[in-house]
Ligand binder design. Sequence first.
Ligand code: AMP
Length: 181
Amino acid sequence: MHTTLHDTLVSAIRNIPDYPKPGIMFRDITTLLGNARAFRRAIDELVHPYAGAKIDKIAGIEARGFILGGAIAHQMSAGFIPIRKKGKLPHETVRVAYSLEYGLDEMEMHKDAVAPGEKVILVDDLIATGGTAEGAAKLLRQMGAEIVAACFVIDLPELGGRAKLEALGVPVRTLVAFEGH
Ligand code: AMP
């Protein structure tokens, strides 16, 4: 029987109730990453609309955005920019505070990671409230990047992240959506 991309991805994602705290359904992509077919299909599908778009760099958000973003950068022949939690990058950085679904934190990017006018795609595994991706988008724009899109495997639409990014003028691409938190 033919399995759709949607079914392949949904069945490869593991759902862990009440992690990291009660009421949160954690969408664990380690099972998707460990499934060769699901991993490849997710990357192919995220990359697909941007073939020919001459993307300069992929910016991945620590830590799961590094894995997806590295694979996407390779496939698109683009460079890779790590966006990390504060204190991890060794050279001069720009820093932004952001709100998480479960807390508040700061993230950083190297100042010389992107040049003004470069076309960048932002990548993470999942968008919930959009606080993390909004912070990353601010860092990239601060350094003059043109954000072509923000890509995620998973959308939690009830938390409004997609709408928040789109309101900032960032097009959003996601592959599967789940109800709730
Ligand atoms: P947010 O800033 O609210 O959009 O949260 C997105 C970030 O938190 C991403 O880096 C996700 O990996 C992580 N995250 C938030 N909610 C979940 C969830 N239910 N399952 C797995 N990861 C999550």
